[in-house]
Write a protein that binds this ligand. Structure first.
Ligand SMILES: Cc1cc2nc3c(=O)[nH]c(=O)nc-3n(C[C@H](O)[C@H](O)[C@H](O)COP(=O)(O)O)c2cc1C
Length: 328
């Protein structure tokens, strides 16, 4: 069991926010794997304030996915406060998270949001305090280690967030300028953990059970967050939950498990999106699921030509039969 503020989580394994992917369908798949906490993808404060239709769609959540943290991104205190009130009213999240880590130029440079906030600790204090004072649910902050290697200030940022009332800090151990290159810096996560009393969620490059153990053992973080590996292999979440909840190492998922899960994921997508959108999204999701399986490159190429539901389902079912025949 793990707690953020007054929110009780069944374990300390967390699904990362992944823009374009962590919608209700994917979150349901991951929830079924036993995860403790799920995030929405980052949601624009301005998009909420101006009632942008696409932004509003990001607020869709089912009770099954709860507890859920709604992540907001923006650059000024006033808009964060307005956006927080809107999500409380429309989505009733269990936690609000503030994005201070996004490195993409559209967010960090053009809008001075995401990781750009790391450059101004006073502004961080103002924003966190204002949101904490506005809502009754816990507010958390997701940060990177700093803007660049000359400005690694995660410790100072984490202390500022704690002093301003944040209930947890999630840290991805890379700077903004690193993007996703290089290795995650576990030392900075450790330093953040040693500097604050609120829970610290360690994030970055957890791809195996050993990576997860190392993140816990070396940094002493309270929880771990998984991003890209959950997308590539949702069963990885089940493996982590089984190991950290019960000490049991599960067998690796098979090609059959993966393809059947892809079909289930597609059905969940069809429940929330029109056929065209669901097919488009499933083309990239299915490519993640089949990565590394025999002749997956050929199937991936075929997948990207598919435009309708029936052909997508047939392709995956035929691929499954092909694999069954070739393996038996
Ligand atoms: C496709 C993609 C979308 C992402 N979207 C978000 C986002 O909306 N908000 C956020 O805080 N981080 C976002 N991230 C960063 C992840 O949450 C996470 O911090 C990062 O991928 C490192 O974790 P990992 O090594 O387990 O993937 C995104 C990453 C990827 C690859």
């Amino acid at each position: 069991m793990f707690k953020i503020g007054n929110v009780i989580l069944k374990n300390n394994i967390v699904l990362a926010p992944l823009a374009g992917y962590t919608n209700s369908a994917f979150r349901k798949i991951i929830k079924e794997m036993g995860i403790g906490l799920i995030y929405t993808e980052m949601i624009s404060d301005k998009g909420l304030i101006y009632e942008n239709k696409k932004t509003d769609e990001l607020l869709y959540v089912t009770d099954f996915e709860r507890p859920i943290s709604c992540q907001l991104f923006g650059s000024d205190k006033e808009s964060f406060v307005k956006a927080a009130k809107i999500v409380i009213e429309k989505m009733h999240p269990d936690i609000i998270d503030i994005n201070m880590g996004c490195p993409v130029p559209k967010v960090a440079l053009r809008s001075q949001a995401g990781s750009a906030l790391l450059k101004d600790v006073n502004k961080i204090k103002e924003i966190v305090k204002a949101v904490v004072d506005t809502v009754e649910i816990p507010v958390t902050v997701k940060i990177r280690s700093g803007w660049d290697d000359k400005n690694i200030n995660a410790k100072e940022v984490a202390i500022a967030c704690e002093e301003s009332g944040a209930s947890a800090i999630c840290i991805h151990g890379r700077t903004r300028s690193q993007g996703y290159s290089g290795k995650v810096n576990l030392d900075i996560i450790k330093e953040v953990k040693e500097s604050v009393n609120i829970p610290v969620i360690g994030n970055g490059d957890i791809k195996t059970l050993d990576d997860a153990k190392k993140m816990f053992d070396y940094t002493k973080c309270d929880a771990i967050m998984i991003g890209r590996m959950a997308l590539e292999n949702p069963f990885f979440i089940k493996e982590l939950v089984s190991y950290f909840e019960n000490g049991i190492i599960l067998n690796k998922s098979t090609y059959k498990d993966k393809i059947e899960l892809a079909l289930k994921h597609f059905n969940y997508l069809l429940e929330i999106k029109n056929e065209k959108q669901a097919v488009l999204e499933m083309r990239s999701i299915a490519s993640f699921y089949i990565k590394g399986l025999p002749s997956s490159i050929k199937i991936k190429n075929e997948l990207f030509k598919i435009k309708d539901k029936e052909n997508l389902i047939n392709l995956l079912n035929n691929y499954l039969k092909e694999l069954e025949n070739s393996i038996e």
